[in-house]
Design a protein around this ligand. Structure first.
Ligand SMILES: C[S@@+](CC[C@H](N)C(=O)[O-])C[C@H]1O[C@@H](n2cnc3c(N)ncnc32)[C@H](O)[C@@H]1O
Length: 311
């Protein structure tokens, strides 16, 4: 099956927030199909782009071949951004952008195992290494599966789904897992949202440690940005957006007085970011063109000169 090209979300808004200029160096932490990279490079800035998916890097090299001098592609998780940039003598940088989650290519290719709409091996590994979704659902105990579904999928009937998964083992295909979840929860043809959506999201986030990566990536961006450098982050659901929102609020000195949230750390450190602008959502025209944009939220913040926080 051929994957539809990934349409970059909130592209104009991301570029406006990053405000790249000729001669600057920007990090695209989530290269994907290179949509942001291409737009940033078009301003004359140099781009160092990360992706932990070997397919994205391999295909990306072809897609952006014309940018060769302006682009360095790095196959690595963005949590290792500081070490990778230090190794290239590229710190500090002028901008960092992160477009969190999966690309259309990953979702649409059945053999990657992310999709409950097309049958494929139950995989879901962005980096194609480590524990697969099949390893997880066939080996984890029922409580551990239920916790993952509840925490990362916000599945209200997580225990029921976990029980059904354990009873149906071994499960090796995405269609099998989707069928188990639909039967456990009841699936009416007119349901707006497939009941398997939450289970697939949860397992994907768990396996790829997506929320930990995001938190580590934000701290890495704080460490590598120069004073005045810009951070632009696009997320696709509330679990991710909450992490970005809290990080930017805390790092800009906005943690409410008396908050139990890291009070000692917040009191001991000067703000590393200016107060961020309001979050940006996609307009109607973009959502009509690209339904994926509906749930996207962009947050942008500008680095101050204060040293990165030590936690
Ligand atoms: C939504 S897509 C990015 C699309 C890109 N902005 C574009 O315009 O083409 C997300 C990409 O980030 C990659 N990714 C997700 N988490 C990552 C992480 N922690 N480190 C590196 N890459 C990651 C995924 O493999 C995927 O290719």
């Amino acid at each position: 099956m051929t994957a539809a090209p990934h349409i970059p979300v909130l592209l104009d808004e991301v570029v406006a927030g990053l405000a790249p200029e000729a001669g600057e160096v920007h990090v695209d932490a989530t290269f994907g199909a290179g949509g942001y990279t291409r737009a940033i490079a078009a301003t004359g800035a140099r781009v160092i782009a990360f992706d932990r998916d070997p397919d994205a890097i391999r295909e990306g090299s072809g897609v952006v071949a014309d940018l060769s001098d302006a682009l360095t592609l790095v196959e690595a998780p963005f949590s290792s951004m500081a070490a990778e940039l230090a190794g290239r003598d590229a710190i500090p940088v002028d901008g960092v952008t992160m477009d969190i989650g999966v690309s259309s290519m990953q979702l649409d290719r059945a053999d990657r195992g992310f999709s409950f709409q097309a049958d494929g091996p139950l995989d879901m590994r962005m980096s194609r290494s480590g524990e697969s979704a099949a390893d997880f659902v066939n080996a984890a105990d029922e409580d551990a599966i239920a916790d993952v579904l509840y925490l990362y999928g916000e599945e209200p009937r997580s225990r029921r789904v976990a029980r059904a998964i354990v009873a149906a083992r071994p499960i090796t295909r995405t269609a099998e897992l989707a069928g188990v979840v639909r039967r456990a929860l009841g699936h009416k043809p007119h349901d707006k949202k497939d009941p398997a959506t939450r289970t697939f999201q949860a397992i994907r986030i768990h396996l790829n440690r997506e929320l930990d990566e995001l938190a580590d990536g934000l701290r890495a961006a704080e460490a590598v940005l120069r004073p005045g450098g810009r951070l632009a982050v696009v997320t696709f659901h509330s679990l991710e957006d909450r992490i970005v929102k809290r990080f930017m609020r805390e790092r800009s000195g906005g943690t409410p007085a008396g908050s139990r949230h890291l009070p000692a750390v917040a009191a001991a450190n000067a703000p590393t970011f200016e107060t961020p602008a309001k979050a940006v959502k996609a307009g109607e025209a973009e959502v009509a063109r690209n339904p994926r944009a509906r749930s996207a939220t962009l947050r942008v913040a500008r680095r101050t000169a204060a040293p990165a926080w030590v936690e």
